[in-house]
Ligand binder design. Structure first.
Ligand code: ZN
Length: 270
């Protein structure tokens, strides 16, 4: 399902996939002739008419995950516009699909596509955007900021203020660092790639940072008391999420703990 809303000069495109009874939501945006993200390939048939009706002269990807890059190969073949990503995402995009089966079933099987490395700024039709490297959710994750208007596209860095489960490749310390980087910018609201427009984006992002810093401190305290990762997980996140089993452990509350422990141990070794 595709649902469009206009917010000033931003075309917000809400995409919902069916997954059993529940749906998964992803947003993409068009601003000043720049398409930000391309949705999952499982929605390609619905997205083709949208792409035929709407013009844009470049594509900027916030990161390489398949729910944001799924229809990029169709765009490359049919719209002849350049597609950009952070240099660390190029190899992932140009290789055949490498993500696990449960994600292939949820988002479809993304085709490889040709992509260009983005630099520290990107020019849409009339505006210059700062490209801010914000790793933690993904190693190739960027946020886009237009200084004069204070508009911020934060990709998957926000999503929710209280993270309870993350993927194996994610890092809580890096997410905290990236959020702090964004909070140094002059913005009030933000555009999130899963929850859409967040009017009080600054306050919500700050809330998330404080929450994650508290988790960090609790993990550190329990570690200093002699608990190992599994014990810390059991104490801080006793709930058993279905997603852990469904994803065969790619998603787990344990990854929150281990990513923080890695950071603590690295600091001890310095
Ligand atoms: Zn993602």
């Amino acid at each position: 399902m595709i649902h469009m809303t206009e917010l000033e000069d931003v075309n917000c495109v809400k995409l919902v996939t069916k997954l059993g009874k529940a749906g998964r939501t992803v947003y993409m945006y068009i601003v000043d002739g720049m398409l930000i993200d391309t949705g999952p390939v499982i929605l390609l048939e619905e997205l083709i008419p949208f792409y035929q009706e709407h013009s844009f002269n470049l594509v900027m990807l916030t990161h390489s995950h398949e729910d944001h890059t799924g229809t990029a190969s169709w765009i490359k073949e049919n719209k002849n516009v350049p597609i950009y990503i952070h240099p660390k995402g190029i190899e992932i995009c140009e290789k055949p699909v490498s993500y696990p089966m449960y994600r292939q079933q949820t988002w479809g099987i993304r085709k490889p596509f040709e992509v260009l490395p983005v630099e520290s700024t990107i020019q849409s039709a009339n505006l210059e955007w700062k490209v801010i490297y914000t790793p933690g959710h993904a190693n190739d994750h960027v946020s886009l900021f237009h200084e004069e208007s204070g508009r911020l596209f934060a990709g998957d860095l926000y999503i929710s203020p209280e993270t309870k489960i993350i993927m194996k490749d994610e890092s809580i310390p890096m997410i905290i660092h990236s959020i702090r980087k964004l909070l140094s910018l002059n913005f009030e609201s933000l555009f999130c790639s899963h929850t859409g427009f967040v009017p009080n984006g600054r306050a919500m992002l700050r809330k998330k940072m404080i929450y994650l810093e508290e988790i960090y401190a609790k993990v550190e305290e329990l570690y200093n008391q002699g608990n190992i990762a599994y014990e810390i997980k059991r104490k801080l996140f006793p709930k058993n999420y279905k997603l852990i089993e469904y994803s065969e452990g790619e998603y787990d509350t344990l990854h929150i703990v281990t990513s923080i422990l890695e950071d603590i141990k690295r600091k001890i070794n310095i």
